[in-house]
Design a binder for this molecule. Structure first.
Ligand code: ATP
Ligand code: MG
Length: 401
């Protein structure tokens, strides 16, 4: 393999001035963070590009890591050569040889970002293309639809030669949009919602409600494992584990069965809001999808949402379950989500929830619930765990058996 660098491209059009600089800095930091295990790899920022120096590191695992970094539009393996026509010609020939089995036609696309380089882009196309032709057989130039497009990018320090590119994860670098508190259950939906929230640049914290001893250690561990899987896309995740047993028992004793779900959700949202406020987090996210279950009808969302003034992000609101499952499989959360441990919300709830709960009804039933006391108590007893990227490879499930 002749490539010694990777050229990273990011969404340039939307970014101007100060935003652009902080975007780039965050992206470099995030790339460095996923490159942590490759000791020799270096990541540098140059105008409009980020360059990964492989320094002898195999490129395949590096490419796999880069695909997980939000904010990258695309990236290419690159051969770095001196700003010298002969060196560029030789380099282009090497790049051709890497791809020769699938190449009958090619073209050179030169771009002179460094204007002091004495040869124009057009001239370079001719000189480099002519040289490659002179050194090969059965190869022709096709400027419209070539099998291989060899890009030559002349920059101030050096020239980078690439052919083809990998699509990046898109989105914005995690950390450029502030923090969001993800309501993370052990189900299929909320981890996917967390992934999509990170995609738009938000750093995640998570809140999980559990009801020991009715929900067991494995159910809790499952959620930690889901959070750990998500760290792959956005670094460390602080998870707030809320003990929910007391509130649930209280709601069950005081509220008619068909309204328990609504009141329970309202309490969950109030607790989440307090945690968000304590952590200076400006928004909450959930894995809700319109009409999926009784708690996610428009009436339910309208009545539940009433208790908070924070924005509640619902990245899955328009998605079908199958679409969500596809993403879950792609990001590696699906197999964990389908493990059969009980969630707090399913254990306590009767199976006759109202699908059109009204706000005034919720107010009426909440008169019998000591909301402030239970919310404050649950927040006080919340346990905080930092799930770090480094823990990701450990088989934590094993520790429990
Ligand atoms: P999921 O697959 O994410 O569990 P779901 O389709 O099972 O979603 P619900 O159980 O109604 O739907 O939950 C709706 C949303 O409420 C979840 O996506 C999640 O954001 C939040 N939620 C549910 N249970 C919990 C919990 N135990 N802890 C934290 N958040 C929860
Ligand atoms: Mg659920």
């Amino acid at each position: 393999m002749i490539y010694n660098h990777i050229l990273v491209r990011f969404g340039e059009l939307a970014l101007r001035g100060k935003n652009r600089s902080s975007f780039e800095k965050q992206l470099v930091q995030n790339i460095r963070s996923v490159m942590g295990t490759f000791e020799d790899v270096k990541v540098k920022r140059t105008f409009g590009r980020i360059i990964v120096h492989l320094n002898g590191q195999e490129h395949e695992p590096v490419i796999e890591k880069l695909k997980t970094v939000f904010g990258i539009h695309s990236f290419s393996l690159a051969l770095k050569v001196e700003n010298d026509v002969n060196a560029i010609q030789e380099g282009a020939l090497h790049v051709f040889h890497e791809h020769q089995e699938t190449t009958k036609t090619f073209k050179i696309s030169a771009r002179r970002a460094y204007k002091s380089f004495p040869v124009s882009s057009q001239e370079l196309n001719h000189k480099v293309g002519g040289f490659v032709l002179s050194q090969t057989e059965d190869l022709t130039v096709d400027v419209h639809n070539p099998d291989l497009n060899i890009n030559v990018e002349v920059r101030e320090q050096a020239t980078f030669i690439t052919a083809g590119s990998f699509p990046g994860a898109g989105g914005l670098p995690v950390g450029t949009s502030g923090k969001v508190l993800m309501m993370l259950s052990g189900g299929i939906d909320s981890p996917v919602a967390g992934y999509l929230t990170m995609k738009r640049g938000a750093k995640l914290e998570a809140v999980h409600f559990h009801s020991p001893p009715y929900t067991n250690e494995r159910a809790k561990q499952k959620v930690l494992d889901l959070a750990r899987t998500l760290t792959k896309f956005g670094g460390d995740i602080t998870i707030h584990l809320v003990p929910f047993t007391e509130v649930q028992k209280h709601i069950r004793a005081e509220v008619p069965s068909n309204f328990q779900m609504t009141i329970m959700r309202r309490v969950m949202l109030r607790i989440s809001e307090q945690i968000a406020n304590n952590e200076q987090i400006l928004a909450i996210a959930t894995g809700e999808s319109l009409g999926q279950v009784a708690s996610q009808t428009l009436h339910s969302i309208h009545t539940i949402n009433e208790v908070t003034n924070l924005p509640v992000l619902r990245p899955l609101i328009t998605m079908d379950k199958l679409e969500v499952m596809d993403i879950a499989k792609k990001i590696g959360t699906y197999d964990i989500s389908i493990l059969p441990y009980e969630d707090c919300c399913t254990i306590f709830l009767p199976d006759d929830p109202k699908t059109k709960p009204r706000r005034d009804q919720a107010h009426k039933f909440e008169q019998y619930v000591h909301i402030d006391h239970y919310v404050a108590d649950a927040v006080n007893r919340t346990e905080k765990i930092v799930i770090s990227e480094k823990m990701r490879d450990q088989k934590t499930m094993d520790l429990l058996f």
